[in-house]
Write a protein that binds this ligand. Structure first.
Ligand code: ADP
Length: 468
């Protein structure tokens, strides 16, 4: 059934539930009618026995048996149900026997055999009769009174009712299912329209949106959700295009430079120093290109989820210590002051030491890169409310407020020339952000243009006993 349309499946469910409901209803209705039929007949039979008993009380005390029979004969034609009854005494002597019962010799139980009133149904002359036998006491003697009623009419009505149910229920079921199918396909038609419209939107026409019906129902929510999804897709496709353009530019620029340098060098013969200088330039550009490719590869693996980190309990001081050592050298080379503060007790985190050191070094390297000589860089590590926070503060050029949201974008640089001259690729912060995110942490930035910046890495701490 899973291959069928929703309309078909809904109808199939509807059909099954309705079929079960109708079947139960029909059986219950038939049994209820049959029970009420027997109930009415039995009630009437009991009444008639009561009638016979009171008649006997009044009439028979002073009469002989033939007289009683005559009285009964007279009485029986007056009462309802005709003269279908018979009465016998303890010795089995008939007090009265109506003609149809006598001619068919319908058996009766003697008073001593009948411990309690008894109903039974029997066929007499191809008619179904309901019998009721009860003992009565009259003038110190016990009699069995047996009365009968014709069931033909009631049973015929019951049979007609059953036939009606057997015909009407399937017809009703078919009609209701056809109606259900029509309703289901009608209700689902707009969903088909939405899916057709959504199919028409391709990667080239991601700016298009579906028409949103303002019905306040699931359909409106569905189209709104799809439109929101298209917006997200459009934004990420845009980012991908931008990234591809930036990446090709970043790779083409150094390769053109390598090529031009080599071409100029081989145009004519030159002194050995000039070749050496050209080769040095080529080497520098090759190193830069390798760096960009390495960073791109790491980010590509990060995106595809294949660049896993191996985290184990680590003292954050040792991770920060190594990054600080390298950062200090960079600061020293550039003439930037450098200071670091580490706690005197272990601060344990679940970390991939190499990766986290790389992230911290990116921040320290940036701080040094974007701080002019004479400025200073300050690195601090501290544990706070279950988190370990590493802050890298500089007194450098700072970041404009409108740029703060973009600095983590791939290849984004406030000043391309400055970044390039300082050896930047525009990928450092993207990599640092990914590494910190893999440690379930975050990076916050505060910055003021011309005054300096603070980058704070916050990762959850781990219990210090884990270090052992
Ligand atoms: P880059 O290789 O250019 O440094 P990043 O991704 O590390 O690339 O940084 C992106 C941009 O963010 C930088 O080009 C720079 O404009 C800005 N930036 C990052 N760190 C700092 C900082 N400490 N001070 C000023 N600007 C910064």
């Amino acid at each position: 059934m899973s291959g069928h349309s929703i309309g078909f499946r809904l109808t199939a469910w509807y059909f099954s539930v309705l079929a079960a409901g109708l079947a139960i209803f029909s059986v219950v209705a038939w049994f209820a009618m049959r029970t009420s039929l027997y109930y009415a007949v039995d009630d009437e039979l009991r009444d008639r026995v009561r009638g016979v008993a009171s008649f006997m009380n009044l009439q028979t005390a002073s009469l002989s048996i033939p007289e009683i029979r005559d009285e009964f004969r007279e009485h029986s034609v007056l009462g309802p149900g005709g003269d279908l009854f018979q009465v016998c005494d303890e010795q089995g002597q008939w007090l009265y026997r109506s003609v149809p019962l006598e001619s068919n010799n319908v058996a009766i139980q003697l008073p001593r055999q009948l411990s309690k009133p008894r109903f039974e149904t029997m066929e007499v002359e191809r008619h179904l009769l309901r019998f009721y036998s009860q003992t009565i006491v009259n003038a110190g003697k016990i009699y069995t009174v047996q009365v009968a009623a014709l069931m033909d009419e009631g049973l015929e009505a019951l049979a007609r009712f059953r036939a009606m149910l057997l015909w009407a229920a399937p017809l009703l079921l078919i009609a209701a299912s056809a109606g259900g199918y029509w309703l289901a396909t009608r209700a689902l038609a707009p969903v088909d329209e939405v899916s057709l419209a959504a199919q028409r939107i391709s990667i080239e026409s991601l700016t298009e949106r579906l028409h949103v019906p303002h019905t306040g129902d699931q359909l409106q929510r569905l189209t709104e959700t799809l439109n929101a999804m298209f917006s997200r897709l459009e934004a990420s496709v845009q980012r991908m295009k931008q990234f591809t353009a930036d990446a090709s530019h970043e790779l083409r620029a150094p390769i053109s430079l390598i090529r031009t340098t080599a071409e100029v060098a081989v145009q004519r013969s030159r002194p050995a120093e000039e070749y050496l200088q050209a080769l040095n330039e080529i080497l520098q550009e090759t190193e830069r290109t390798t760096q960009v490719i390495d960073s791109l590869m790491l980010l590509a693996r990060a995106d595809s989820g294949t660049a896993g980190l191996e985290r184990s309990p680590t003292d954050a001081r040792s991770v920060a210590g190594e990054a600080i050592e390298q950062g200090e050298k960079l600061a020293h080379q550039k003439g930037v002051g450098f200071a670091a503060t580490l706690p005197d007790h272990p601060v344990v985190i679940l970390a991939d030491g190499d990766a986290l050191r790389r992230a911290l070094l990116i921040l320290i390297d940036n701080a040094v890169k974007y701080t002019p000589a004479g400025g200073c860089v300050n690195v601090e590590l501290e544990g706070q409310n279950g988190f370990v926070i590493a802050s890298v503060r500089d007194t450098g050029i700072g970041i404009a407020p409108q740029d703060l949201a973009r600095i983590f974008d791939r290849f984004w640089r406030a000043d391309k020339v400055r970044s390039r001259e300082a050896g930047g690729t525009g990928l450092g912060l993207s990599i640092a952000e990914w590494i910190v995110a893999m440690h379930e942490g975050s990076i916050e930035v505060e910055s003021e243009l011309g005054k300096g910046s603070v980058f704070r890495v916050r990762v959850p701490g781990a219990p210090s006993r884990q270090l052992d």
